[in-house]
Every structure is written in structure tokens, then in C-alpha cells.
Ligand binder design. Structure first.
Ligand SMILES: [Zn+2]
Length: 243
């Protein structure tokens, strides 16, 4: 798929759970690159190879931002760290899972006091059902910060698919990178995939908090990017939900 607009790349050929996914590379003029999510284990070579092939003066990967803990997003984080020394960032709660911590049911209820027992159980099943590769997270994000690349990237917390899930708004590129908080079949926006979302009501409530954002491009992880009218497509979906 390559370069959507100048500096915004979708890295070809990366798989997540064995199907195509949208690993984003933001490439800056100073030859630094910042990656958002990184596919199944073994994707590191593909990501570096893409930059070498498609970007003149291949850039150095400085940052890897993980939107959430799922293994198809975090799978090659350890190898990218080894290969490039990049700074790994991930949101609160999810960062602990990515760093290898496992919570008991009691601990989980303590760290997520607003969650109903059913949500906690669904979350436990989600974590247990996958092999999440372990890598230390260098910077834990709270979901209200501005990252210092690409002219300033806004981090927004959108819990529901996982407790810490973040999305990234890149105003300079008029782009929202959504991870798994929405689906985007046929250029339309829809709810996150129910079978992988332990807190669907929380996810919908979170999505409503994005209603005021303006952007052209919407990159969901598992669907072709929406390259025009991204915020219009999101608002269109939110309107179907009512209040
Ligand atoms: Zn996910």
C-alpha cells in the first residue's frame, strides 16, 4: 500500500494473526521513523526491509507505539527493540501485560475498580487466549499526552477493546490511527470486533469521546484505510448509536 500521503506509510506485507494488518510508519524529514503497532512475531525484518526499499535514505526507527497489548499488535516489539534500539511506548495497564505481568482476578478487580465481574472475566479470557510476547515498555502512556514527533501527536485513551487502548491523532497528517477500537469494512466505520472486545459498552462510550475530532484519513488495523472523510465516516457511525 505504501505511502498514503507524504510521510505516512502503511508497511506492506505485515501479518497479524496471519492476515494483513496496517502497521503505520511515520517518516520525518530528519530520517527518523516512528512505528505504530508491529504485527505478529517475526515481522521486524519486513518492517525494516520496507523502509529500506521504499524510503530514500532509509530512516532510523526511533519510536514504537503500541495501541494495546494484543499479540497481533505487539508481536514483533522485542525484535524491533533488539534491531533498532527504539523507544517502546504503550498505555497504562496494557504496558504491564506487554511487560509480562499477569494479574490475579483479585488484582485485576483492584486495578480496574469500575469494571463489572463479567468484564473482568472476559478480559482474563482474552489475555489467556493468546501468547503475548514479553518486552519491557520504556514509556507508559496515560492517554492524554502529546508525543514529540510528526509535529506533535495526540494520544487519546479509548478503553473497551482493552483497558488501556489508545488511538493517535496526527494533525499534521490529518490522520487518526485507531488500532482495534473501530472496524472499517468497505470504507464505513463500525464497532470493534465483539469476539475480541471484553467491554463492548465501554468501547462504544469511549468512541463517542472522539466525535469532536477532525481528520481526513482513518487507519484501522485490520481494514483498508479510509483515505477521505475519515472523521465524517466516524461521526456517521456515532450518529447511528443515538445518545
Ligand atoms: Zn486487538
Amino acid at each position: 500500500m505504501a505511502e498514503l500521503v507524504k510521510g505516512l506509510h502503511i508497511v506492506d506485507g505485515v501479518k497479524g494473526d496471519d492476515s494483513d494488518v496496517n502497521v503505520v510508519a511515520i517518516v520525518e524529514d530528519d530520517r527518523s521513523a516512528h512505528i505504530v503497532d508491529c504485527g505478529d512475531p517475526g515481522s521486524g525484518e519486513q518492517i525494516l526491509g520496507y523502509l529500506q526499499k521504499h524510503v530514500r535514505d532509509p530512516p532510523k526507527i526511533r519510536t514504537l507505539v503500541l495501541t494495546h497489548f494484543d499479540a497481533d499488535h505487539s508481536g514483533s516489539a522485542a525484535e524491533l527493540k533488539r534491531m533498532t534500539g527504539c523507544t517502546i511506548m504503550a498505555p497504562e495497564f496494557d504496558a504491564e501485560i506487554i511487560s509480562g505481568r499477569r494479574f490475579t482476578n483479585e488484582e485485576m478487580r483492584r486495578v480496574l475498580p469500575a469494571y463489572a465481574p463479567g468484564e473482568i472475566e472476559a478480559l482474563e479470557r482474552k489475555i489467556e487466549s493468546q501468547e503475548i510476547p514479553t518486552v519491557p515498555v520504556d514509556r507508559v502512556l496515560r492517554g492524554d499526552e502529546r508525543l514529540d514527533f510528526a509535529g506533535g501527536v495526540r494520544v487519546l485513551r479509548v478503553p473497551g477493546h482493552t483497558p488501556g487502548h489508545i488511538v493517535l491523532l496526527v494533525p499534521r497528517l490529518s490522520t487518526l490511527i485507531t488500532g482495534d477500537v473501530v472496524t472499517a469494512p468497505d470504507g464505513r466505520v463500525g464497532p470493534p470486533m465483539p469476539q475480541y472486545t471484553p467491554s463492548p459498552d465501554r468501547a462504544i462510550k469511549s468512541l463517542k469521546s472522539l466525535a469532536g475530532l477532525e481528520f481526513e484519513i482513518l487507519v484501522a488495523y485490520h481494514f483498508p484505510p479510509i483515505t477521505e472523510g475519515g472523521s465524517r465516516a466516524l461521526k456517521g457511525y456515532l450518529r447511528t448509536l443515538g445518545k
